[in-house]
Design a binder for this molecule. Structure first.
Ligand SMILES: Nc1ncnc2c1ncn2[C@@H]1O[C@H](COP(=O)(O)OP(=O)(O)OP(=O)(O)O)[C@@H](O)[C@H]1O
Ligand SMILES: O=P(O)(O)OC[C@@]1(O)O[C@H](CO)[C@@H](O)[C@@H]1O
Length: 306
């Protein structure tokens, strides 16, 4: 069974304004609301790719209900812990560029954490848990470490996509798979990373230092560096026009897992991951399976030696 965990979900409010000006009334050209948060996005894309899964995490208030209703409408199973306050609202303002305003997360109590711990303890051998997104301000930066190291049974495969202190702490628990983007990797090592070669070097360093079996460093339009065992490959994205990059990284995680579950072939999974990420980036919403299958049939890996 596959589970996603979103400790800090959001309702994403995507607003397009052509001639935006600060300090005046701007009227949106289009605006749309989606259930969001990285783990929830992974659930939605896994579902589109034909992979059954259950979404876990914290939801509350009218925004939390919107998330639950939206996922139910997509036939995605959920088992959230209900919390007192409203799940945050994240604004994605699309003008000449993309500006994000991510709201404050609601308070997570010790009782909420206890209820989550009970749910996670029920996962079984061979299950997969995807831990994705930031941590609410009111939980410890070591929470992902605690979950991977202690709260779930030992033989659960943990996929991790987070940043900052939460990533730094969680690496010590040796997750099965991580997907930092190159900015997050640069922050981890406090170095500039702009080229695939630099991403390959620091991705390899991370794999070696933390014994993470699968390291996938995403680089937006420069594709992905995939580090596994002794091999480093660079996978370029397919050709296309950027429409909405929100959730592209989450689609990458979902694409890797969906293919890996079927074929157990890591390189095929990495190619599928890039195809899924780019197909989502080229869409208003998320990728479709047909798009990802089509893109992935025409993509290559290039081996990198460092
Ligand atoms: N402009 C783009 N052109 C082509 N593919 C893209 C573009 N932006 C993103 N992608 C695809 O999506 C993948 C993930 O993108 P990115 O590195 O931006 O992840 P991310 O920063 O985690 O994204 P997010 O946090 O917004 O979900 C890339 O590896 C690539 O395959
Ligand atoms: O605050 P976090 O968890 O880092 O990021 C939250 C978020 O920006 O990530 C998703 C896109 O990856 C959006 O659905 C959501 O708004």
């Amino acid at each position: 069974m596959i589970y996603t965990l979103t400790l800090n979900p959001a309702v994403d409010y995507i607003v397009r304004v052509s001639d935006f000006e600060l300090g005046r009334i701007n009227r949106s050209e289009t605006d749309v609301k989606y259930p969001g948060g990285k783990g929830i996005n992974v659930s939605r894309v896994l579902n589109r790719l034909g992979q059954d899964n259950t979404a876990l995490g914290f939801v509350g208030g009218f925004t939390g209900r919107f998330i639950e209703d939206s996922l139910a409408a997509e036939n995605i199973r959920t088992d959230f812990v209900s919390v007192a306050g409203d799940t945050r609202l994240n604004i994605k303002l699309k003008t000449l560029e993309e500006t994000e305003i991510n709201g404050q997360s609601t308070h997570i109590s010790a009782a909420n954490m206890g209820a989550l711990k009970e749910k996670l303890a029920l996962l079984k051998k061979g299950d997969t848990l995807i831990l994705a997104g930031s941590l609410p301000e009111t939980v410890s930066p070591g929470t992902y470490y605690d979950i991977i190291h202690t709260w779930v049974p030992k033989d659960i495969r943990c996929f991790l996509d987070t940043n900052g202190d939460a990533l730094f702490e969680a690496l010590r628990a040796r997750p099965f798979f991580i997907k930092p983007n190159h900015h997050e990797l640069a922050e981890l090592y406090n170095v500039p990373i702009a080229s695939p070669e630099q991403a390959a070097f620091y991705g390899k360093k991370l794999q070696t230092e933390y014994s993470v079996p699968h390291v996938l460093v995403s680089m937006a339009s420069q594709g992905v560096l995939y580090i596994h065992e002794e091999e480093i490959v660079h996978i370029q994205p397919p050709r296309g026009t950027l429409v909405n990059s929100v959730g592209a990284g989450d689609s990458t995680v979902a694409g890797f897992l969906a293919k890996y579950e079927k074929t157990n072939d890591p390189k095929e999974a990495a190619i599928y991951a890039v195809a899924a990420g780019s197909a989502s980036a080229f869409s208003e919403g998320f990728c479709t399976k047909a798009e990802v299958d089509r893109y992935s049939n025409n993509m290559q890996c290039e081996r990198i030696n460092i």
